[in-house]
Write a new protein. Structure first.
Length: 76
């Protein structure tokens, strides 16, 4: 099973995008997906974006990760 935090697209250049994961920005390949825009939420595996998420679901997932982190005593 793979558990992934959705990343929000902050910039796009050719087939590469910079995503923000809870304040950490990473470059990822978006070659596998079509119609990617700034502000979209994506799931990433092994450096490649594999799925575009509905914003409400992505934000709820991020909220749950933050709650889990807080319950474990670690703040973002």
């Amino acid at each position: 099973m793979c558990v992934a935090i959705p990343g929000k697209v902050v910039s796009i250049s050719n087939n590469t995008a910079v995503l923000d994961f809870l304040g950490v920005q990473k470059e990822v390949s978006v070659e596998l997906l079509e119609d990617i825009n700034i502000g979209d939420y994506l799931l990433v595996h092994a450096g490649c974006a594999i799925q575009k998420m509905v914003p409400d679901e992505a934000e709820e997932t991020i909220k749950l990760f933050k709650e889990l982190e807080s319950a474990l005593g670690k703040e973002t």
